[in-house]
Every structure is written in C-alpha cells, then in structure tokens.
Design a protein around this ligand. Structure first.
Ligand SMILES: [Zn+2]
Ligand SMILES: [Zn+2]
Length: 261
C-alpha cells in the first residue's frame, strides 16, 4: 500500500446539508478518525453549489462539485449554466454535478432533465472537469445521451449505482467509473452486490451520499461520511480482497477522476 493513499475518499456527500460550519467541522473530524480523509461535497442546485465552493475554501479535506440535480432541472437555462461555470472556477471545484436523469421521482419534466444534463455534460467537457451523474429508472436514456456526448475514458462517474449488470457492462465500455453507496449493503440488495463482481477494481468508487442512505445496520438513520468504511467492507468482502487493497484502489481512482492530491 502506498503510504500516501492509506485513507478513504468519500466521493459523494451533501456536506452543505449538515448544518452550521461548526457541525460540519465535527462531521469532517469524525470522518477523519474513521480513516475518511477526503470528501467531495456535492452541489445540487445553484445555491448549494455556492455553499460547497465556500466549504472547499474553509476545509482542507473538502473538494467540491458544482451542478444542478435532475430534481431541480425545470427552469435551468443558459444563465443557470453560466452561474455553475462561474462557481466551477474556484480552484477546489473538481467536478460538474450532480446532474443526470431521475425518471423515478420525476420532480422535473423529462425534457428539462435531458437538456439540463446535456448542458452540464458539455460544460464538464469544455472545462476538462469530471462529470458526476445521478441516474434512477433512466439507464437506457442515459446511455444513449452519453454515447452522443462522448466524454472520454475515465472522465465521468455514475454515482449511487442502481442499474443492472448489463447497464454496468455497457457503461464500463464507455469509460465510466461506477460508484457504490450504502444501498449496496442492504440485506435485500443481492442483485446490486452481484454488479460489484462486474466492475473491475480500477473502475470502482465509493461514497456515502450522506445524509441520505445510511448503510446496513444503520439503515434509516442519518448517514455521514464516517460510515464510508462499512460500504467499503461490503465491497471488499464481495470481491474477496483485503479492505486495504480496496481503499488504495478506490483512492487512486478518485485522485485520477478528480485530479487532486
Ligand atoms: Zn444522486
Ligand atoms: Zn447526491
């Protein structure tokens, strides 16, 4: 194990939802004690993306992503995308997102989700930043759009993966990283755990998606970055490898995708 990589990276946490800066400082310190020493804070609208940018300035261990979640895609126009661009100019903003398609909740129309996603995809390509993609009940549509977009190898991640083995295989051939969250630990998630076998170690990322989706046996509680090792343990045991190896590999992957040290 290379010494520089003996820690976990939580590649997806909604840190801005954890209350005051004092509360967030506490969350980051608890995570550090659990071995989670980098956190990518995720924007899901313009306001939260600006908060995320602020957090990256305040906390050395925090990097950020600026973007508009598909739930908030209605009303996104060129001006919104320009504002995301402006936020992404901050030095520790390492990705555009989260963006994508959510045809499960349908909080925004399909048309606006698709156009908002395409615009953010083009922005990530233009800026050479990673793209963080949320997808629920929309994998065929997502794959079609990604083919058109052609982001390049290892430049995007499907966060909180919930698709099938076939979806994973196709996305991997297109250059995707696949990120697993707490749902991979749920007792009824055998199918999702089987997807883990399809994803080579050099393409796996791990995340908490906190404060949502606490892993088993904390399911239903408030999630936080310090619980990331529970997700890592599930994946390492499914792959039948040492936890240390999973940690080193996923940290390498995060560094490559997000280009941080
Ligand atoms: Zn998401
Ligand atoms: Zn999220």
């Amino acid at each position: 194990m290379s010494e520089a990589n003996d820690y976990f990276v939580d590649t997806h946490a909604h840190l801005d939802l954890f209350g005051s800066n004092e509360d967030i400082r506490h969350i980051i310190s608890t995570a550090g004690k659990a071995g989670v020493k980098r956190i990518v804070a995720i924007g899901d609208d313009l306001d939260s993306s600006r908060k995320v940018a602020g957090l990256t300035e305040q906390f050395a261990r925090v990097y950020g992503a600026a973007g508009i979640h598909p739930h908030h895609a209605d009303g996104v126009d060129k001006n919104t995308i320009d504002q995301i661009w402006a936020v992404s100019n901050q030095p520790k903003i390492v990705a555009i997102g989260e963006t994508g398609l959510d045809f499960y909740r349908m909080n925004s129309t399909k048309d606006s989700q698709i156009s908002s996603f395409k615009a953010q995809g083009e922005l990530s390509k233009h800026l050479g930043l990673a793209l963080i993609i949320h997808c629920r009940d929309a994998y065929p549509e997502l794959i079609d759009i990604l083919k058109e977009m052609d982001l390049g190898n290892k430049r995007f991640v499907i966060h909180c993966f919930s698709g099938t083995k076939e979806n994973a295989k196709e996305l991997l051939t297109m250059g995707a990283y696949i990120s697993f969250a707490g749902n991979v630990t749920f007792t009824n998630a055998k199918e999702l755990r089987d997807v883990v076998d399809e994803v080579p170690l050099e393409r796996i990322l791990i995340e908490t998606d906190s404060p949502y989706l606490a892993p088993h046996p904390n399911r239903g509680d408030k999630n936080e970055p310090s619980l990331l090792p529970k997700i890592a343990e599930t994946i390492a045991s499914k792959k039948d490898i040492d936890l240390d190896l999973l940690m080193t590999a996923t940290t390498d992957n995060a560094k490559e995708l997000f280009n941080f040290n």
